[in-house]
Design a protein around this ligand. Structure first.
Ligand code: 1CP
Length: 344
């Protein structure tokens, strides 16, 4: 184990230590008054494309809370613009001209990270140089299937029926699109690691919509290649978040990521029973517990910590993004409670 690694990196590389590292999905964002103040002056896309602003927003939660890792302020949709997709946020992503035919799928080009997303890699370098060396910087990208969902649907959806139908109606065009997204995101994450990200994360927010067989045939081999491509270039832990993936857990564990992140419907102890004790887990407190009184919140955190104790190592997080109406004081309590209760 190399010296000088942060608590987060040690856990992500499978070393069980104390205390348990903690960070929070969507920790930079709308529940923070300082984020809302900044966003009154600048729109979301501009904030993500201005490295100084993106770095400042990334660091906002780090100044308030004793978090072990910063996640770069950006969006999973950001790199798609460079691939030829026109995009706006309202407040979720909207694609006015979604991909609905094989010919449209063929017009997209692979991402060139240097040319298309220099603002992301610059923001990462800035954050890395400003953040204390005992805190990690996490870069991220959308996983191919989740990006495919937004690209074909044109925006958020409960069931992404357009995207799932495209997968069945146009299997070749869908495979081409997924491949292109996979290759592009592998390059994107490699570029983020090279500019200072200590770990990289793939968000598969909508993968739970797939049955296990479809996942195994059409998504898993691609994800395995994406992770292998990143690992061939940079020695950084990869986190894979399989949201809604309780029925895909065994498959998701085969992606080759160092850390498997799960939502709150998968008790960590059950994940250990199913996957064995060699897997590093991240998660998975239900974000709604942040609205409970402190006794309830504290015991829910204790439960997640004790269930995570059987895994190879554990990175504490919520099971999905923090809700925008959350009280920041509850977050401060959570972070300190995790550290205190896992100190020895
Ligand atoms: O109005 C605003 O300020 C925009 C709200 C917002 C923010 C703060 C969006 C639009 N994206 C973000 C930032 C963001 N998105 C981060 C920043 C870093 C951090 O975590 O602190 C990250 C990691 C994301 C990732 C992201 N975007 C995901 C994957 C994680 C997840 O929640 O499952 C997804 C699915 C998106 C799409 C997206 N972008 C924004 C919204 C509101 C959505 C969800 C749209 C939907 O499907 O309804």
């Amino acid at each position: 184990m190399p010296d000088g690694l942060t608590l987060f990196e040690r856990a992500a590389r499978g070393e069980r230590g104390h205390p348990t590292p903690v960070w929070i999905m969507r920790q930079a964002g709308r529940y923070l008054p300082e984020y809302r103040a900044l966003r009154r002056k600048v729109d979301f896309l501009t904030a993500t494309k201005t490295p100084e602003l993106a770095a400042r927003i990334t660091l906002q939660p780090m100044e308030r809370f004793d978090l072990d890792a910063a996640i770069i302020f950006s969006d999973i949709m950001t790199p798609l613009e460079g691939m030829g997709v026109s995009l706006r946020f309202a407040p979720g992503p909207v694609i006015d001209d979604p991909v609905r035919s094989p010919s449209q799928a063929r017009t997209l080009r692979p991402l060139d990270a240097e040319e298309h997303v220099p603002f992301v890699t610059e923001a990462i370098s800035l954050v890395r140089s400003e953040l204390s060396h005992d805190r990690a910087v996490i870069g991220f990208a959308g996983a191919p299937f989740t990006l495919f969902c937004y690209l074909v649907e044109g925006g958020g959806s409960k069931d992404f029926m357009e995207a799932r139908s495209f997968l069945r109606a146009e299997p070749e065009a869908a495979a081409h699109l997924l491949e292109l997204l996979g290759t592009s995101m592998a390059r994107y994450l490699t570029a983020q690691a090279r500019s200072g990200a200590d770990a990289v994360m793939l968000f598969d927010s909508w993968v739970g919509l797939l049955d296990a067989g479809t996942y195994r045939r059409r998504v898993l081999p691609l994800l395995q290649r994406v992770v292998a491509d990143i690992k061939a270039e940079v020695d950084r832990p990869v986190i894979y978040f399989a949201n809604g993936g309780n029925h895909l857990l065994e498959e998701a564990a085969r992606v080759g990521a160092d850390v498997l992140a799960v939502d709150w419907t998968v008790p960590l102890s059950l994940a250990v029973d199913r996957l064995g004790t060699a897997t590093v887990l991240q998660g998975n407190l239900d974000p709604s517990y942040l609205f409970a009184d402190r006794a309830t919140l504290g015991s829910a955190i204790d439960r997640v910590l004790s269930e995570g104790a059987a895994a190879a190592a554990h990175v504490f997080n919520l099971g999905h993004g923090i809700h925008r109406t959350t009280d920041p004081d509850q977050v401060a309590f959570l972070v300190d409670w995790v550290h205190e209760r896992s100190a020895t």
